[in-house]
Design a binder for this molecule. Sequence first.
Ligand code: NAD
Ligand code: MG
Length: 399
Amino acid sequence: MTAFQRVVVLGSTGSIGESTLDVIARHPERMAVYALSAHSRMQRLAEQALASRAAVVVVPDTAARQKFIDAWPGGQPMPEIRVGAQALADTAADPQCDAVMAAIVGAAGLPSALAAARAGKRVLLANKEALVAAGTLFMQAIRDNGAELLPIDSEHNAIFQCLPHQGRADAPHLPAKGVRRLLLTASGGPFRGRDLQDLHDVTPEQACAHPNWSMGRKISVDSATMLNKGLEVIEAHWLFAMPADRIDVVVHPQSVVHSMVEYDDGSVLAQLGQPDMRTPIAYGLGFPDRIESGVGPLDLTRHGRLDFEKPDLARFPCLAHSFTAMRAGQGACVALNAANEVAVEGFLEGRLAYTWIPRVIEAALEWQARQASVTLSSLDDVLALDAEARAFAGNLGLA
Ligand code: NAD
Ligand code: MG
């Protein structure tokens, strides 16, 4: 029988967080929420904590703490409120919890995801920026502490499902025998067919209108620029111990095939399903069992056809920059991610044109290449370079 799981959901008010709570609520006999965290929207956090009977909530500062208290409807005992970034990492490592959903957006999610790995938890990793910025450290922490790692990003979850792991979540990082290539599918985002000249004036609302997936705003913009796919190639490299030249990207606009594994004998295994993150989330929460996710059946006859094409690197320079960063090494990956976070925030706040996002990234990669080489052997090393790259990117092209 599977042991009862107490789950920490980091970033519970986000898109992945909401989907995670939906799946957990379907299985009261095998799992429950232990703690929730959010950076804003305290009203929503209070509603979630009430509905899930969370024992603990983690909020960023004392102002947020007060907002949470004001939003608490009473009736039930209030959860313990923990405050600040250290509390976030401590809660991810809390002895009271078994599994941690790492669903904070951006490198801000790295310290808590790493803390969960170091505490030997079952880590459900949605936050891809953590692996991009600190792949070596993070995978080392999983290995050294007997943690389990279940990839939640749909492509990586698909690949995990197609690899011959014999039901082991502590082994995705071991090179799988007989695997020739990983094929990551990409929808191409909302601007797949658009003329390059039209892209300069696109608005945040247009960039966030993803044709298939409903997601947070940052990853939606990343999907539009296809930097998201670049981050995912780097993520796949770390998760599955796969060199860059054996990871390919295939544009597949319908988002039905979530990714594929090609074997030496010519077999290609794929995982298919509706574009709904509750499928990979349920896979991670239920592993090794298959549990109900709330996602309905896939009706292939409704789709009729599935298309596949090569990515257009001229239209999506961010994808090319990601391959450059991956080949250049960990420092370049930190710079790539940090510059992108700064540029996307500038774009979403109306301070930066859409077409400047790849330019800021390219400049940050050039800047990083000029720096004396740094060792990134600790979390502090990574966060220091991340901060420097942000400072550099913040001074570029922003009005
Ligand atoms: P989102 O913006 O909807 O939610 C982000 C969550 O993180 C919120 O709860 C927010 O309060 C919290 N947060 C934001 N900044 C924070 C900070 N500085 N410190 C602590 N908490 C903070 O994001 P999302 O779409 O749910 O994505 C979350 C992560 O999962 C991202 O890394 C994304 O790349 C990854 N992911 C998302 C999807 C998806 O379908 N949404 C798919 C694959 C991977
Ligand atoms: Mg993905």
